[in-house]
Design a protein around this ligand. Sequence first.
Ligand SMILES: *[C@@H]1O[C@H](CO)[C@@H](O)[C@H](O)[C@H]1NC(C)=O
Ligand SMILES: *[C@@H]1O[C@H](CO)[C@@H](O)[C@H](O)[C@H]1NC(C)=O
Ligand SMILES: [Fe+2]
Length: 428
Amino acid sequence: MKFQQFWLLVMVIVVVLTTKSAHSYERPPPRETLVVSLAEDADPKTPQQVHVSLVGEDRMRITWITDSYTPPTVYYGTSAGKYDHSANGSISSYEYVTYTSGEIHEVVIGPLNPSTVYYYCFTPGSTPAYSFKTPPSQFPIKFSVTGDLGQTGWTKTTLEHISQSDYDVLLLPGDLSYADLLQPLWDSFGRLVEPLASQRPWMVTQGNHEVEKIPVVHKTPFTAYNARWHMPYEESGSTSNLYYSFEVSGVHVIMLGSYTDCDSGSDQYRWLESDLKKVDRSKTPWLVVLIHAPWYNSNTAHQGEKESVDMMESMEGLLYKAHVDVVFAGHVHAYERFNRVYNEKADNCGPMHITIGDGGNREGLASKYQEPQPIISAFREASFGHGELEMVNATYAKWSWHRNDDDESVQSDSVWLRSLASDPTCNK
Ligand SMILES: *[C@@H]1O[C@H](CO)[C@@H](O)[C@H](O)[C@H]1NC(C)=O
Ligand SMILES: *[C@@H]1O[C@H](CO)[C@@H](O)[C@H](O)[C@H]1NC(C)=O
Ligand SMILES: [Fe+2]
């Protein structure tokens, strides 16, 4: 009982702090959290929160949670109802103050063929069976990009749009569930995204809402995030789930952690340096980076935050030298596209920076901008939506932004990009 009172006090303090920072800029009225529950009479062995992510060149990690023990086994094959293969994995769980998670199952399956639909299940012959499509081995490939997703009616609309977009891989630059310490909301988020995340690989990095530290009571950061969203960091030579890279169909994607050390003496910095050295642009002509806190931002929200400033100072030079094509960020709940930039100035050999933090969380939109619009900012708007990046071939890619208020087919902003690897003026 005493413990619960303490917990309540902690929550009150957190809510007060959060509310204060949310009011430092104007936002439309927030929408309530949409809680997705299991049926009251559901069997505790029911698989839930299924999601898949890429591992190496031709494998996939399947993650799912049950309330009581079931074996960590996936049955899979290329025709529905016929599971020729099976693989075993592991189970883990975590504790968070008074909460204990369900059984978190992880199984890596493969090798898998490209551009192929695989059917899978966790008990042979069981329904429902799940399916996913593997990404292509060659161009074209289409990424869907959405940040600061949360779990509200707005999120639901974003997910509906994304599901109509016929994408291959989803990229999420941080802030997933907005559980904000209330661990059952991580479960709810897992159920909300399952219809999409069980069908296509979801590759994510973390934001400030994933930290979830409480002084004295829970000092370890990223507990829920690391336990539930295991990304392929081991395969990319990283020692932390907070930063990693992967390659898919001619694209090298680097996921960085905005809320972990990034100075030149840090593990993250050294890992980034060595990962960039491994990039072979004849094999992966495209190089894309995701962070959470944007380095370029003309919204009044989240200006000059330490995480952005320190990371930009430490890492922008590395990314520039490596000819990174695009940097995606979230954090600011709006859309903004910058021209190619470096060191605060337009630069044809620098990356294009895009803020795509408009996924639809409960805090609402960040609708105030600095005036006048900086010359390097090409397009900015505070509306919910998502982005699509289609690498058409080794040289050209198309970026488009899709507002939730419009039909999915409407491109509210779009631009063609040329890969910096193929630009002779940047490779002298
Ligand atoms: C998975 O584990 C079960 C039980 O230990 C075992 O019978 C089965 O052969 C294993 N399957 C694979 C593919 O290793
Ligand atoms: C790449 O795609 C662009 C845009 O569709 C096209 O104009 C160009 O010819 C293509 N290049 C190659 C080498 O196929
Ligand atoms: Fe954020």
